[in-house]
Design a protein around this ligand. Structure first.
Ligand SMILES: Cc1cc2nc3c(=O)[nH]c(=O)nc-3n(C[C@H](O)[C@H](O)[C@H](O)COP(=O)(O)OP(=O)(O)OC[C@H]3O[C@@H](n4cnc5c(N)ncnc54)[C@H](O)[C@@H]3O)c2cc1C
Length: 312
């Protein structure tokens, strides 16, 4: 890779569904693109997604990533494995510091940058986490898969903002929803308790201290008073932090959970710096990331000067 001389039209940071879709659009606009990806897309965690349009049988997340990479390759694009560790503006160009998996470093220069770096999920001690997520026993996205757990026994933990919101949301899918406190100090208001009672959500007062897995990979929720509550599905509702540091260092405005503020064309508050997908404020969904990618890529293409095509 020539990391010093080439000036790309766009440096895309992140190769999940957002970054890959944007790269496909920009390659098809005949733009020069460098897409750098660290390889930790949340899409890769999804056993089967049933709400992404066009796949009536559902689609495995890793398979969807492979398909997007293959589609990008059809137009001459590729994913550069590695990380952008710093981003700055020099002489009117963006300069990204590149670190390869082997430890090699370099710089990538571009007229525009599109950040598609996603979010980092906050951790919680859950036994056999990877296996449990892969089997759908632990789930992270009620919007994605509430339909898939209809009539199961569902455990939910209070979240920092609107502590009862997820439990009430899940109540439209199951009669058996248990809400656990995340800490000894309950943050629930009287109104929250009234809503739980009205919806017949069981509120477990003793705080959750750990989650183990049964032999058949069902979550067992353990509370501080020594009780154990077997469930079919557990939604930890951990909270998340947007990976927006690179943009924030350039002065881009962030809101809750460090998510980036963008306008209707996915422009951040730094000219030439775009952001799409989970790293921006909004709904964390594959379809949203792909839709935002289409808008941002088209805006980038229309904003940069067009080169006139020569006769072949
Ligand atoms: C268990 C689970 C189930 C889900 N189910 C569904 C579902 O059914 N339907 C649905 O619509 N959504 C679902 N989601 C959400 C969906 O996965 C995300 O909304 C989607 O992946 C967001 O895409 P993205 O491109 O914004 O970010 P991501 O897919 O997270 O990709 C970001 C990429 O950027 C890379 N990166 C970060 N920083 C850097 C850097 N500095 N340099 C280089 N690369 C970097 C990361 O390594 C990663 O590869 C689910 C998520 C989880 C965890």
């Amino acid at each position: 890779m020539d990391t010093n001389l080439t000036i790309y039209d766009t440096l895309i940071i992140g190769g999940g569904p957002g970054g890959l879709t944007a790269a496909i659009y920009l390659q098809r606009f005949t733009r020069t693109v460098a897409l750098v990806d660290k390889g930790r897309s949340r899409l890769g965690w999804i056993p089967v997604s049933h709400n992404y349009p066009g796949f009536p049988e559902g689609i495995n997340g890793a398979e969807l990533l492979d398909r997007l990479r293959a589609q990008l390759a059809n137009y001459g694009g590729r994913v550069i494995a590695g990380e952008i560790t710093g981003l700055r503006i020099e002489d009117g160009l963006f300069v990204g510091d590149f670190l390869s998996p082997a430890g090699d470093t370099g710089q990538l220069r571009a007229h525009t940058v599109l950040l598609a770096t996603g979010v980092a999920d906050a951790g919680m001690p859950v036994e056999r986490w990877d296996e449990a997520v892969a089997a759908g026993a632990v789930r992270l996205c009620p919007v994605c898969d509430g339909f898939d757990v209809i009539d199961r026994r569902i455990g939910v933990v209070t979240s920092e903002v609107n502590p009862v919101g997820h439990a009430l949301f899940m109540r439209s899918f199951s009669t058996e929803v248990l809400l656990f406190e995340r800490s000894a100090e309950s943050t629930l208001t009287d109104e929250d308790r009234r809503q739980l009672a009205a919806a017949n959500v069981r509120h477990v007062l003793s705080p959750l201290v750990g989650v183990s897995m049964s032999a058949d990979l069902k979550p067992i929720l353990h509370t501080a008073d020594g009780e154990a509550y077997p469930c079919d599905v557990f939604y930890p509702m951990l909270g998340e932090t947007a990976r927006s540091d690179l943009a924030a260092a350039l002065g881009a405005e962030t809101v809750e959970c460090q998510k980036l503020l963008v306008d209707e064309r996915l422009r951040t508050t730094v000219p030439g710096l775009y952001a799409i997908g989970d790293v921006t404020r909004g709904l964390n969904q594959i379809a949203v990331a792909a839709g935002q990618a289409a808008i941002a890529a088209t805006c980038i293409h229309n904003t940069l000067p067009w080169s006139l095509r020569q006769r072949p």
